[in-house]
Design a protein around this ligand. Structure first.
Ligand code: PLP
Length: 471
């Protein structure tokens, strides 16, 4: 019997194949529960993927946050935890690793990203301030609002269009930024809140050229720039791949250059840094450092642990070094793009270009029959789980929350279901299974109905809201 020739991933792209720069030493069993049990689990979870038990999930793409696989070196580092209350040696390792790769002078550890967001927002934002940024992120904006500020979106328009093929959809629109500065005055802008990559836009990068231009504009008005560096390493990969003059430079060198145009950064280390918990905020300004160091002892823990155990800081210090290795970043982003290429090949509507950490399914184009206030992306997330046990996350109207002034839903242009890929966790075969599950959900799209919200918490409602299917 003649065999049809099959093609490896490399052959499909006209090149030699490459593989992940690691092999697997320890495994965690997975199982898929039967469809009737998934139906029950979904009802118990109020059609919210955050409320599912992980035992009921097969392939978990809820988030890439804290779900990374650590290396043998990181696990070995866990045994070197110095659990002293003050002055833990692991803190100094962390401080050195972050300083080496990000270049900021002073570092304050926090338990995770939102701990860092809380501190920097409290230290710098006063009631009446405007905080411009390249698209909102849920926890970032909430901390800015709780400190009395108003977030103002100054990202380029292309970022709000899931179909535009702009290579740097995370860029700041300099015209929008300058118009805001002129409207409210530079003294009402505590800092520009930049993110690389931009999660809510689909993991889209900001270019080095745009970063330099934002720096120049901010220098004219004496405004500082702080960076949400949570996925900045992945952002740097796109600069290396797409921006002239950077193709021959290392990830580590480009990262240092990018950060040199900012005044500091905060970090959810649970993403790029390949750990399960941790965060930090790092700045160049000694007075601000003093304030942050003072605030951290109220909200997080002493300034040499900030809510992390010594062993966590050691794993994090090692993870920072591993995260900037070129072959690691290529394999990580490459896996996301492998899944994206499969879906695009089948003409399934996703955000393009594919970003760094996740595939974002465009729920508006899946379900043109479901109005946005019947939560199409929430319904798509539920449909996908029902089909295959794969778990994603809503990133649309539910995540956007309500306007604090009017109390109405915010209606974001992007109505997306995110499939975030944990780092070093799943194989290409898992990606194939996920791709087929998405295709099945797409093929069954006409039967999917909208949802109504039957419970809504006050803050960050997407985490705990409950839904029921509409008739
Ligand atoms: C871009 C971005 N910033 C900040 C955070 C908040 O970090 P954490 O979840 O560690 O509190 C996240 C995590 O979801 C994120 O994706």
């Amino acid at each position: 019997m003649a065999h049809e020739p099959l093609h490896t991933m490399g052959q499909q792209h006209g090149r030699r194949s490459w593989a992940e720069p690691w092999k697997i030493k320890m495994v965690e069993p997975l199982r898929i529960i039967p469809r009737e049990e998934r139906e029950k689990a979904l009802v118990e979870a109020g059609h919210n993927s955050f409320l599912l038990r992980s035992d009921d999930v097969y392939i978990d793409l809820l988030t890439d946050s804290g779900t990374n696989a650590m290396s043998d070196r990181q696990w070995a580092g866990m045994m070197l935890g110095d659990e002293a209350y003050a002055g833990s040696r692991n803190f100094y390792h962390l401080e050195e690793a972050a300083r080496t790769h990000y270049g900021y002078r002073y570092l304050v550890p926090t338990h995770q990203g939102r701990g860092a967001e809380h501190l920097i927002s409290r230290a710098l934002i006063k009631p009446g301030h405007s905080v411009p940024g390249n698209m909102y992120f849920t926890t970032t904006r909430l901390h800015q609002e709780l400190a009395g500020g108003t977030f103002v979106d100054v990202i380029i328009d292309e970022a709000h269009d899931p179909m535009t093929l702009h290579p740097f959809k995370g860029n700041v629109d300099l015209g929008k930024l300058e118009a805001l500065i002129k409207r409210v005055g530079p003294d009402k802008i505590p800092y520009v809140s930049l993110a690389g990559t931009v999660n809510m836009a689909g993991g889209q990068p900001i270019s080095m050229a745009n970063m330099k231009a934002v720096r120049a504009l901010c220098d004219t008005y004496g405004i500082r720039i702080y960076l949400d560096a949570t996925r900045m390493v992945e952002n740097v990969f796109f600069i290396q791949e797409r921006e002239e003059g950077y193709e021959g430079k290392s990830i580590a060198a480009i990262l240092r250059e990018f950060c040199s145009y900012t005044d500091g950064a905060w970090m959810s280390a649970k993403k790029d840094h390949l750990v399960n918990i941790g965060g930090w905020v790092a700045v160049n300004d000694a007075d601000l450092f003093d304030q942050l160091r003072n605030l951290v002892v109220i909200y997080e823990g002493l300034h040499t642990y900030g809510g992390m155990a010594g062993r966590d800081m050691e794993a994090l210090a090692i993870g920072i070094g591993e995260s900037v290795q070129d072959d690691h970043v290529r394999a990580r982003v490459g896996q996301v793009h492998y899944l994206g290429d499969l879906l695009l090949g089948w003409e399934i509507p996703i955000v393009v270009p594919v970003g760094g950490h996740a595939i974002f399914l465009d729920a508006r184009r899946f379900y043109p029959h479901i109005p946005q206030d019947q939560f199409p992306a929430q319904a798509l997330t539920a449909a996908l789980y029902l089909d295959s046990g794969a778990r994603g996350m809503e990133r649309g109207i539910v995540s956007a929350g309500r306007d604090p002034q009017t109390g109405d839903h915010r209606y974001p242009a992007l109505e997306l279901t995110r499939l975030a890929i944990p780092r070093r966790v799943y194989t290409q075969a898992h990606m194939d299974v996920v791709a087929e599950a998405v295709k099945a959900a797409y093929d069954g799209r006409a039967e999917t109905r909208g949802l109504k919200m039957i419970y809504e918490p006050k803050y960050l409602r997407f985490f705990q809201a409950r839904f029921a299917p509409l008739p």
